[in-house]
Design a protein around this ligand. Structure first.
Ligand code: ASP
Ligand code: MG
Length: 304
C-alpha cells in the first residue's frame, strides 16, 4: 500500500495520534457524564444540510433509507432518554468533486456528534473549549514522539476563545471569512449568531432577536478552517414546521421529526466535531485524507 518505509512510518504516526484523539475524547465525555450511543447508519430521514450534497439513499423492505449525513434528529430524540449523549457517527456526504481541493472534505467521515438536554449555547461553547484543551493536552503528552516525527509543534490554546458574530466576521474578513479568519488567528475562534437563511432549520432562532440563530461554529487557527458546528435546537412542532417551510423544504420529508415533536421533544443544544479534521489539525497536515487509511476523497475512485 505504501511504497516506502518512510511513508508507512508517517501514516502509522498519524494513525497513532488519531487513535489517541479518540481515546481522549471518550475519556473527557465519560467524565462529563455523557452516554455513548452506537451510531445510526441508515434512517428514513437525515440532516437536510444547507449546501448541495447528492442524496445517498438505499432501498430496503419497501422503504427508502438515507445514509446518515448527520445524526441531528436522532440526537434530539435521544436526549429524551439520556440527558447527555454522544456518538462517533459515520457520515456520508456526496460532495462536489472539486471539494477535494479544500483540504477539509472527505465524503465519508466520522463526526463526534453530541447533545445535551436543556443545554444552552453558552454551556456548549464552554464544553467545546474544555473538550479541545483536554484532547490537545492529552495527545501532546501521549504522542510527543509522533508529533515530533511529523514536525508538528502543537499549541494548547488558552480559554476562553475569542468570539465574533457572523456579521462582524463578514465585515472584517469578507465573504470567505472562514478561510481568512482562520488564517489570521493564533487561537481557535468562535463564530456565533448566524442569520436564519444561511443555516439549517434545526438551529434555534433567538426569540429575542428574530432572524438570528442561537448557534456557533468553531474555527481552528493556522488556516485549518471549521472545527465544529452546533447550537440550540428548535424543538416545538409549530416552530419546526415554520422553519422547514421557510427553507422551502418538503414537510412530508420530515414527518417523522414532526411526529416526535408533537409527542414532545426536550429543548437541547449540541454540536458535531469532525474527527478527521481534528486529527488533521493536531498533526498539521495539508489534507484531511492523510488522516485515514482508506480515505474517501470527493471525486476520486478507490481500489479498496
Ligand atoms: N450535526 C450537525 C452537523 O453536522 C452539527 C450540529 O450538531 O449542529 O452540522
Ligand atoms: Mg458546519
Amino acid at each position: 500500500m505504501f511504497v516506502s518505509d518512510r511513508e508507512r512510518e508517517r501514516k502509522a504516526a498519524i494513525l497513532k495520534v488519531g487513535s489517541e484523539v479518540i481515546w481522549a475524547a471518550r475519556e473527557f465525555l465519560q467524565n462529563e457524564g455523557f452516554v455513548e450511543l452506537l451510531p445510526v447508519i441508515v434512517a428514513p430521514l437525515t440532516d437536510p444540510l444547507r449546501h448541495n450534497t447528492d442524496r445517498a439513499v438505499i432501498e430496503a423492505y419497501g422503504g427508502h433509507w438515507h445514509l446518515t449525513r448527520s445524526m441531528i434528529f436522532h440526537k434530539q430524540a435521544a436526549v429524551s432518554v439520556c440527558a447527555k449523549i454522544f456518538s462517533f457517527s459515520p457520515n456520508i456526504r456526496v460532495e462536489p468533486p472539486d471539494w477535494k481541493e479544500t483540504g477539509r472534505h472527505l465524503w465519508e467521515f466520522v463526526q463526534l456528534d453530541l447533545e445535551v438536554r436543556n443545554g444552552s449555547r453558552e454551556e456548549l461553547m464552554d464544553l467545546g473549549e474544555r473538550f479541545l484543551v483536554h484532547v490537545l493536552s492529552r495527545v501532546k503528552e501521549q504522542c510527543w514522539a509522533e508529533l515530533e516525527a511529523l514536525g508538528r509543534e502543537l499549541p494548547v490554546p488558552k480559554r476562553p476563545f475569542p468570539a465574533f458574530t457572523y456579521h462582524e466576521a463578514r465585515r472584517r474578513f469578507g465573504e470567505v471569512f472562514e478561510v481568512k479568519l482562520s488564517q489570521e488567528v493564533e487561537t481557535p475562534v468562535w463564530i456565533i449568531d448566524f442569520p436564519i437563511d444561511v443555516r439549517e432549520f434545526y438551529d434555534r432562532e433567538d426569540p429575542k432577536r428574530p432572524g438570528i440563530l442561537l448557534d456557533m461554529d468553531l474555527l481552528y487557527p493556522e488556516g485549518y478552517g471549521e472545527a465544529l458546528s452546533g447550537g440550540e435546537r428548535e424543538y416545538l412542532p409549530e416552530r419546526i414546521r415554520k422553519r422547514i417551510e421557510l427553507q422551502g423544504l418538503d414537510l412530508a420529508q420530515f414527518q417523522g421529526l414532526l411526529a416526535l415533536a408533537e409527542k414532545g421533544l426536550p429543548p437541547s443544544a449540541g454540536f458535531g466535531i469532525g474527527i478527521e479534521r481534528l486529527v488533521r489539525y493536531v498533526c498539521g497536515l495539508p489534507h484531511v485524507a492523510e488522516t485515514r487509511l482508506f480515505p474517501r476523497v470527493p471525486g476520486e475512485l478507490s481500489l479498496i
